[in-house]
Write a protein that binds this ligand. Structure first.
Ligand SMILES: [Zn+2]
Length: 66
């Protein structure tokens, strides 16, 4: 098991509704950070969670909702 494993996760941009892919560090159980949508380049809050099976999932929010 690596200490640093980046996993792509598909989600939907809260602004433009594009289907986007974010890369999550699966070595952390939970993290919050700000990332830019690769489609519309607006900043969004990302809440990433990784299960015990190291399967990451993300929730994305408008910046103002955090
Ligand atoms: Zn977008």
């Amino acid at each position: 098991m690596s200490l640093f494993s980046l996993e792509p996760v598909s989600t939907t941009c809260p602004y433009c509704r594009s289907s986007i892919e974010l890369v999550v560090d699966a070595s952390m159980a939970e993290q919050r950070y700000v990332d830019d949508c690769p489609a519309c380049h607006r900043a969004m809050n990302v809440h990433a969670m990784v299960t015990a099976d190291e399967i990451p999932s993300v929730e994305v929010f408008h910046l103002r909702e955090a």
